[in-house]
Ligand binder design. Structure first.
Ligand SMILES: [Zn+2]
Ligand SMILES: [Zn+2]
Length: 421
């Protein structure tokens, strides 16, 4: 291999490649070393294949402009039906428990049976979405410029106004409906938010509010609640370390282990049924989730302009870089403000490194969060459609004003993060 300063040759195809100190050396011609660490998130092969197919067919449908509006398609109805069956389970258990108490005699038997049924009903009950207690909530009166921007975007998107902004240290931005009143809340993760340029901020906010308009969060709640019931059931009917322990204890005491055997038999029958159901629910909600992402991206492009929307997507690939820069600054840097360190880390990332990460997202096919299609397809779709100009523009002064409005909450988030390092 022949090297000179800043340049080397690809060991695979002998193409000249640039060296960026501090970044992965890879070949843009043959993709040599493009993904040196490989996927740390192993998914079953069927799932990778399925998601790849989904991503491709959806991509083609959207590129041809066939799917115009988020609608009620067969997959969404199936996801709702499968979820509804599960959400009815706790109700059945509660009603069954009460019925036992009322109609079944003798009482000494009906009371414990009813107690078990009611306990199962309560354990499996659906829960409202709650915010992590560590987030810093920012309300309208604390941040008039930020909420002014959010209102402008909400109006452009055609959705209701946001009730609160939740600031935390996650490397992402999200939309949730909180509590039983389903109040819309935007979650802003400082590491990602800090590295975004003004118009990219408009794009990520418009993407999230697009989910709000399309009803994805409500839909997500139904499926999430059903999934949490499934998780509880799976935990109850899967062999736990504790079961082994019970078995050992029974052996040691020389007692009868037939109840443990019975548990095993029940687990081996009910366990696969539950896992099969979870697989089915997963399969029918995948398509809906991925389509929801593409449609939210389209909203982002309409509101923030397609160029900024595509850029914002590519910046989200730097989420972990931002987070690590923040961590490092909190640990070691005494002179550099932590958020400035994040800004620099993102601004200094060479274009080539972003290109590499896009290729990694294509190679791995699935995003680590599998509800999202690969970023390279999302960015490609935005760029493939006719360019749109921005309907909401965030000026530099307003952008700075927003940073100032968020400064107190951000300080608290950083303090908590520093405490947890
Ligand atoms: Zn090469
Ligand atoms: Zn999204």
């Amino acid at each position: 291999m022949q090297t000179e300063a800043g340049v080397t040759r690809c060991p695979q195809c002998a193409q000249q490649i640039r060296l960026d100190p501090g970044y992965v050396t890879w070949c843009d011609q043959c993709d040599w070393n493009v993904d040196p660490t490989g996927s740390d998130h192993q998914q079953p092969a069927w799932r990778v294949k399925l998601e790849h197919q989904l991503a491709d067919t959806l991509y083609r449908e959207l590129e041809n402009g066939r799917i115009q509006r988020p609608g009620v398609d067969a997959a969404r109805i199936a996801a709702y039906l499968l979820s509804a069956v599960l959400l009815v389970l706790p109700l059945v258990a509660l009603v069954g428990g009460v019925a036992l108490l009322v109609f079944y005699r003798p009482l000494w038997l009906s009371i414990p049976l009813a107690a078990i049924a009611i306990a199962i009903g309560l354990m499996l009950r659906p829960r409202a979405t709650r915010l992590d207690p560590d987030v810093q909530l920012v309300f309208r009166e604390d941040a008039p410029v930020l909420f002014g921007l959010l209102d402008q975007i909400a109006a452009a998107v055609g959705t209701t106004q946001v009730a609160a902004v939740a600031l935390d240290a996650e490397p992402n931005v999200c939309f949730v409906r909180v509590g039983w009143r389903f109040r819309p809340v935007i979650g802003i993760g400082l590491p990602l938010w800090t590295g975004l340029r003004p118009q990219e901020r408009v794009a990520v906010l418009a993407h999230e509010l697009g989910h709000g308009r399309n009803g994805d969060a409500r839909h997500g709640w139904v499926v999430d609640a059903a999934e949490s019931v499934l998780e509880q059931l799976e935990a109850a009917f899967t062999e736990q370390p504790y079961d082994e322990y019970k078995l050992d204890a029974a052996h040691a005491l020389g007692t009868d282990t037939s109840t443990s055997h019975l548990t095993r038999v029940i687990n081996s029958i009910v366990g696969p049924i539950i896992r099969g159901y979870a697989w089915l629910l997963d399969r029918v909600s995948l398509r809906g989730n991925q389509r929801a992402e593409y449609l939210a991206d389209r909203t982002a492009a309409e509101v923030a302009g397609s160029e900024a929307a595509a850029w914002a997507l590519e910046r989200t690939l730097l989420g972990d870089t931002s987070y690590r820069a923040l961590e490092r600054a909190l640990r070691f840097e005494k002179d550099l403000p932590p958020l400035e360190a994040v800004r620099r880390a993102v601004a200094e990332t060479p274009k080539r490194e972003i290109e590499r990460r896009l290729r990694v997202s294509r190679l791995r096919e699935t995003r680590t969060d599998s509800s999202h299609p690969p970023t390279y397809l999302r960015a490609k779709l935005i760029r493939a459609r006719p360019a749109t100009s921005a309907r909401v523009v965030l000026g530099l002064n307003e952008n700075q004003a927003i940073d100032q409005e968020l400064a107190a909450a951000a300080e608290q988030v950083l303090k908590d993060l520093r405490g947890s390092l």
